[in-house]
Design a protein around this ligand. Structure first.
Ligand code: SAH
Length: 273
């Protein structure tokens, strides 16, 4: 499929997490040609370098110490620029439909009769664990995974922690601030406090760090971690020590992250493998 930007159309493009190479080929093509780009905070700056010089760039993320642009304002901008007959890329971290409010933007566009397309992205829900050496499913270990927000604002429809405790692998986004509370819910629902846990911080960047522990120690683990971070709870989290392939924190002298995309077995890993 060839994504070609049409005038008057809005493209919700997933940028992937961390490394700018994780955007899809179609998403990158649209980004290069867009006349307007509305982007979020977690989008890598190198991707913004791909935008046309004459394109309008609109930052919709949170400035330090300030609130994010209200969702209604973002919707209004998308509709307004499309009505000006310009091609608009709405660039979001990860996948636009995974806690990205992409659905709300699509509803607003549909209501305004603006044509739009969704270009899926690599979600941190899968990629952050993967970069930490953790497969979200694993034969004979975890047949299912659930992705859940740890953010309290979405508690209008609070997750059913009793049901989640029985899923297999839990991937928690936006959960750093509430790890103690989440662990309490899951332990209360019968999950063993010894269940392995890993926190992957700034996945796919030169600052990536993976911290492992158990459900019982997750609260303490989280204290020293910084956002953005993805939390993995379940037996698969223990695979981190055996499948680690991303050299965390190692960047080449020219700053290129790609040099660290090597599988480099540690003495422990080679014994276990
Ligand atoms: N739509 C995005 C998620 C948006 S919510 C996606 O599909 O990835 C933002 C949350 O995503 C963060 O709080 C964090 O939990 C996770 N996240 C985003 N980028 C990340 C990264 N580079 N490393 C680890 N987690 C990340």
């Amino acid at each position: 499929m060839h994504y070609r930007p049409e005038h008057g159309t809005v493209y919700l493009v997933g940028a992937g997490p961390g490394d700018p190479d994780l955007i899809t080929a179609g998403g990158l093509r649209l980004l290069r040609h867009a006349e307007v780009v509305v982007f979020d905070r977690l989008v890598h700056p190198d991707l913004l370098d791909c935008i046309r010089m004459d394109a309008e760039r609109i930052y919709a993320g949170k400035a330090p110490g300030q609130h994010s642009m209200p969702q209604e304002d973002i919707n209004r901008i998308l509709i307004d620029r499309a009505r000006q007959c310009r091609s608009v890329v709405r660039l979001k971290g990860g996948d636009p439909f995974v806690f990205g409010r992409g659905g709300e933007e699509c509803l607003a566009l549909a209501e305004a009769n603006i044509p739009f397309q969704v270009i899926s992205g690599v979600s941190s829900a899968i990629a952050a664990p993967a970069f930490g050496g953790i497969p979200v499913t694993h034969r004979n270990v975890s047949p299912a995974f659930a992705v859940v927000t740890g953010h309290s604002c979405t508690a209008g429809r609070a997750p059913d922690w009793n049901a989640l405790a029985r899923v297999g692998t839990l991937v928690i986004l936006m959960g750093l601030g509430r790890l103690n509370w989440i662990a309490g819910q899951l332990i209360g629902a019968g999950l063993d406090p010894e269940t392995p846990v890993a926190i992957v911080e700034s996945a796919a960047t030169e600052n990536q760090r993976t911290v492992s522990g158990t459900l019982g120690t997750i609260g303490l683990l989280g204290v020293g971690c910084a956002a953005p971070a993805t939390v993995v709870i379940g037996e698969v989290a223990s695979l981190h020590s055996r499948i680690t392939w991303f050299n965390e924190g190692i960047v080449s002298s020219d700053g290129a992250l790609h040099d660290s995309f090597v599988y480099n077995p540690s003495p422990t890993a080679s014994v276990l493998l």
